[in-house]
Design a protein around this ligand. Structure first.
Ligand code: EPU
Length: 455
C-alpha cells in the first residue's frame, strides 16, 4: 500500500492545469450502453475509478480501447446485463450503468451498492425514478433486477431527504432519452456534471432541455448515435489545488479552471482572504486563474448544499484551510451528515475541532504539526495532504489509494509547484523487521490496462 511522506511548510508557486472531471466521466462512460456506436471520451486521466468503470463496461459486453488522452467505448454484446458485486463494491458509481442498460437492453441486473465510509448512501431515488418510467424492479440476492419493455415517459420527482441525487438524475435522464414520449424530472440535480451529461447526450441525438435547472424535460428518441467528447475540467480537483495554494500562502496559476462551477467556493475564499483572480480565458468553465492569499486568513461559516451551493466534496479540504485561519469557523455538512472521518485525523495534527452532530467548529489559529495520519476516503485524504503541506515537520498520510481514485498523481503536481511529497510503498512487515518503507516505489496507482498512463 502506498503512503505519502510530506515535508510541510513550503510555499507553493507556479502553474498547473486542472485535469478532466472523474465525476463527469463516470456517467459519460455509461452512455455507451445507450448506443451501438462508438463513444470516445477525451481529457480523462487513468484514475482507479475510471479503470473500474472500464472493467465493468467490458463485462457488460463493451469493447473498451485506449484513445488519445482518453478512452473509446463501443457496446458489442447486448446480452450481457449483470453488473456483479465484485466490481460494484469497488465503486458506488457503478450504479450509473443501471438506467442506460435498462433503457436499451430492456433488462439490467446491478449489484446493490453497499455502505460507504461516510455513511448510508441509498439508491431508492434511482429506483423510484426508473419505476416511474415503467421499469419493474425487484431486489434479490443482493442484486437490483430491473426489466421493462420500452420505457414510457412520465413525471418523476427526484427529491429526497438531502435534496436531489446527482447519479440518480444521471440514471433517470439517460434512461429517459430512449423512452417513448416525454419525461419531466422535477427536483433534478443541477450539478455541472449533469449539464455536461445532458449536453453530450444531446450531441448523440437526445432531446433534453433544462439541464442545470431543477426541471428537466426529455423527449424520447428511437436511437442515439456515437460521439467524440472532451470531458469538462474537475471542479473538485480545481478547488483542492486552490486550497493547496492558499494553505501555503502561495501564488499558483491554474489553467482550465471551471470558475462558474465554483462560485460558492470562490465566495468563501473571498471571505477568508483567498483571491482567485481570472487572468485569461473567455470560457468561464475553462479559464486561467491566479490564486494568492493574505498572510492572516479569516474564519468563515460553511454549509454544504447541492449545487450551486458549497459542494460536500470540498468540505474536508476547506476544513484543513480554516484550521490555519485566525478565529472560529463553523462547518455544517448537509449532504452526508457523517462525512467527517478527517476530523479525528486533523486533530492528530493539532487542529482544534469540536464536532456536534453534523456541525464542526474549527478553532483556528493553532499551528498544524506533522503526524502520521490515515486516509479513509477520497476527499478526507485530500484534506490530510493539504494539512500536511501547511504543517510544521513531517506528515505521513497512509492509504493514499483513496486519493488515487480521484486525483491523478497528486504528489507530482504538488512537487512541480514546490512541495516536497514522496510516494512510498509500505512493505509487508517481516517478523524480524516490522514495517519498513521503500523509497520511490509504486509512484502511482496502477494505470487502467485500456488507457495509456502518460507518466
Ligand atoms: N440519496 C438518497 N437516495 C438516493 C440517492 C441519494 O437519499 O437514491 C441521498 C444521499 O444519501 C445523499 C444525497 O442524497 O445524502 C446526495 O447523494 P447523491 O445521490 O447526489 O450522490 P451520488 O450521486 O451518489 C455524487 C458524487 C459524490 C458527491 C455527491 C454529492 C459521483 C461519482 N459521486 O454521488 O462524489 O459527493 O454526488 O454531490 O459523481 C466524491 O467525488 O468524493 C464523491 C463522493
Amino acid at each position: 500500500m502506498d503512503f505519502f511522506r510530506i515535508e510541510g511548510g513550503r510555499r507553493l508557486s507556479g502553474r498547473t492545469r486542472i485535469e478532466g472531471a472523474k465525476n463527469a466521466a463516470l456517467p459519460l462512460m455509461a452512455t455507451c450502453l445507450l448506443t451501438d456506436q462508438p463513444v470516445t471520451l477525451r481529457n480523462i486521466k487513468p484514475l482507479a475509478d475510471i479503470a473500474n468503470m472500464g472493467r465493468l463496461l467490458a463485462e457488460m459486453g463493451v469493447d473498451v480501447k485506449p484513445a488519445a488522452s482518453g478512452v473509446s467505448l463501443q457496446s458489442m454484446d447486448e446480452n450481457r446485463v449483470h453488473a456483479r458485486y465484485d466490481i460494484v463494491r469497488t465503486m458506488r458509481a457503478s450504479i450509473c450503468v443501471l438506467g442506460p442498460m435498462l433503457a436499451r437492453r430492456r433488462r439490467a441486473i446491478v449489484s446493490m451498492p453497499g455502505g460507504c465510509a461516510f455513511g448510508h448512501r441509498p439508491v431508492d431515488l434511482h429506483l423510484r425514478g426508473l419505476e416511474a418510467l415503467g421499469a419493474k424492479i425487484e431486489l434479490r440476492g443482493g442484486d437490483i433486477i430491473a426489466s421493462a419493455d420500452r420505457l414510457k415517459g412520465d413525471t418523476v420527482f427526484l427529491g429526497g431527504p438531502f435534496g436531489s441525487t446527482v447519479l440518480g438524475t444521471a440514471n433517470v435522464m439517460s434512461a429517459a432519452t430512449l423512452a417513448k414520449g416525454r419525461t419531466v424530472i422535477e427536483c433534478a440535480a443541477c450539478e455541472p456534471e449533469i449539464v455536461e451529461l445532458a449536453n453530450m447526450l444531446n450531441a448523440m441525438g437526445a432531446r433534453i432541455q433544462g439541464a442545470g435547472s431543477p426541471r428537466l424535460v426529455i423527449d424520447g428518441v428511437d436511437e442515439l448515435g456515437g460521439i467524440d467528447h472532451v470531458v469538462m475540467p474537475d471542479r473538485i480537483v480545481a478547488g483542492t489545488y486552490a486550497v493547496a495554494a492558499a494553505i501555503t500562502n502561495g501564488d499558483v496559476t491554474l489553467d482550465d479552471f471551471p470558475y462558474d462551477a465554483l462560485l460558492a467556493t470562490i465566495q468563501h475564499f473571498r471571505e477568508i482572504g483567498v483571491h482567485v483572480d481570472r487572468v485569461s480565458g473567455d470560457d468561464p468553465m475553462r479559464c486561467t486563474v491566479r490564486v494568492t492569499s493574505e498572510r492572516n486568513l479569516k474564519p468563515t461559516t460553511i454549509t454544504t448544499q447541492p449545487h450551486p451551493g458549497f459542494p460536500t466534496d470540498l468540505q474536508a479540504q476547506m476544513m484543513a484551510l480554516v484550521c490555519v485561519a485566525e478565529g472560529n469557523s463553523v462547518i455544517t455538512e448537509k449532504i452526508y451528515p457523517e462525512r467527517f472521518m478527517h476530523v479525528a485525523e486533523l486533530m492528530r495534527m493539532g487542529a482544534q475541532l469540536y464536532r456536534q452532530g453534523s456541525t464542526v467548529v474549527v478553532a483556528g489559529g493553532h499551528k498544524l504539526i506533522g503526524a502520521p495520519v490515515m486516509a479513509s476516503d477520497l476527499r478526507a485524504s485530500a484534506s490530510l495532504v493539504l494539512a500536511g503541506l501547511a504543517a510544521e515537520g513531517e506528515t505521513i498520510v497512509n492509504r493514499v489509494y483513496h486519493l488515487d481514485r480521484g486525483y491523478h498523481r497528486m504528489e507530482e503536481t504538488l512537487n512541480a509547484l514546490g512541495a516536497r511529497v514522496e510516494r512510498l510503498k509500505e512493505e509487508k512487515p517481516s517478523a524480524a523487521e516490522g514495517e519498513t518503507a521503500s523509497r520511490g516505489a509504486g509512484m502511482s496507482a496502477a494505470a487502467p490496462q485500456f488507457m495509456q498512463d502518460d507518466r
